[in-house]
Design a binder for this molecule. Structure first.
Ligand code: FES
Ligand SMILES: [Fe+2]
Length: 399
């Protein structure tokens, strides 16, 4: 990689303009970032049965994720070993075998080539299975990794699972999926997600429910201590992990974090008025005051899970200047639409937060792509996590 790009980066500051618009840097990211990190692919409940598959794009690579007859999830490059056609053409489907639409080579769920008509006697099917992509599934989440030697997944699972397993995302159903197509670089979305410096000025709904802006409001200190003490008792009773109960969003590891945080006094969930938006609680919770389980991972995932619904996000970079953000909203599998919940009401809170964020990012995009842009310093009090993310990114890119 042309090092002068990284030479323009100063730790503690934002990235230079080229990192957001340059096609060569985007191509380099495919190799250094998207080939080497765990990418959130989607939810286990999207593939409930044998043969259910979903397709996605990881950087430049089309990938198919499929569940086999034993319930195991496999991921493969969605690229035929004959002449390279993509095999599964739909975003979701069901297939007893994966059949290439070009010349009908067919593959088992585990990627083995099982049918290749008219290839002659010397042709060795065993040599032409689908190229493997590493896949891991835990607590209702599926992650994939394109690397031949991926970083150990258990680090992530061991850390997130104590917080997320009690949310029951593997016994949930999808209330709503919404795709947001943004004409800007994917890193602006991640960077925006990693700080709440902007919340007080831009997310009035969000800060009326969460305590993220506690530093701006010293008069909340007593209330927060009270809530933390009360919730610690409730959550212990509910069998939740209470080791990481706090209102801070400090990172506990290099490329992921998780915690559980109380919502404001008198409120029980992230909704416009802080009251339940689904009458059936997730995971068999009896007490609705379970706060919000939050997690995020580099490179493309975050989650806010409440007692009545969970919201997760998958970021897919399409080009230097185009990004698709998918929002998922999950409710318990026994909740009935129309009786227990209205999908639009379940989505309302985070849909509003995201719409506000996209407007922030859009305005930033105009400035960042202009010749007048010069990266400024991060706040040491409010932007530690975005600074940390950008430093991580620079290291991945070879700084
Ligand atoms: S390209 Fe797939 S069968 Fe020919
Ligand atoms: Fe935001």
């Amino acid at each position: 990689m042309n090092v002068h790009w990284l030479n323009g980066y100063r730790p503690g500051y934002g990235l230079p303009r080229d990192f957001y618009i340059n096609a060569e840097i985007f191509a380099e990211e495919q190799e250094r970032i998207f080939r080497n990190n765990w990418f959130f692919a989607g939810h286990s409940i999207e593939l409930p049965k044998s043969g259910d598959y979903m397709t996605l794009t990881v950087g430049a690579a089309p990938v198919v994720v499929v569940r086999d007859r034993d319930g195991k999830v496999h991921a493969h490059h969605n690229v035929c070993r004959h002449r390279g056609s993509i095999i599964c053409t739909k975003e979701k489907g069901k297939a007893t075998r994966l059949v290439c639409p070009y010349h009908s080579w067919s593959y088992a769920h585990d990627g083995q080539l099982i049918g290749a008509p008219m290839m002659g006697e010397d042709f060795d099917k065993a040599e032409h299975g689908l190229k493997r992509v590493h896949a891991e599934e835990f607590d209702g989440l599926i992650f994939v990794n394109l690397s031949d030697t991926p970083s150990p997944f258990h680090e992530l699972r061991d850390h997130l699972s104590p917080i997320l397993k009690s949310q029951g995302m593997n016994r949930a159903k999808i209330a709503l999926i919404r795709d947001y197509e943004l004409d800007l670089n994917w890193k602006l979305v991640v960077e925006n997600n990693r700080e709440c410096y902007h919340c007080e000025a831009n997310h009035h709904g969000y800060v009326s429910v969460q305590y993220d802006t506690e530093n701006d409001n010293p008069d909340l200190t007593d209330e927060i201590s009270e809530r933390l003490a009360d919730c610690a008792i409730r959550w212990e009773k509910a069998g939740l992990d209470t080791a990481r109960v706090n209102t801070s969003s400090d990172y506990t590891a290099e490329w992921f974090r998780a915690n559980r945080t109380p919502v404001r006094k008198g409120m029980v969930t992230e909704s416009p008025d802080g009251q339940l938006v689904c009458d059936v609680l997730m995971a068999g919770f009896l007490d609705p005051d379970m706060g919000t389980a939050r997690a995020n991972t580099n490179i493309n995932f975050w989650c806010h899970a409440n007692s009545d619904y969970a919201h997760t996000v998958r970021i897919t970079p399409v080009s230097p200047t185009k990004t698709i953000v998918r929002g998922y909203w999950l409710v318990d599998q026994n909740a009935v639409e129309g009786r227990d919940y209205d999908p639009e009401k379940v989505a309302a809170f985070h849909d509003e937060v995201m719409s506000e964020d996209w407007e922030i990012c859009r305005r930033q995009w105009i400035g960042i792509t202009s010749p007048g842009f010069q990266p400024g310093p991060y706040s040491p009090l409010k932007e530690q996590n975005v600074d940390r993310y950008v430093r991580w990114y620079a290291r991945q890119m070879g700084a």
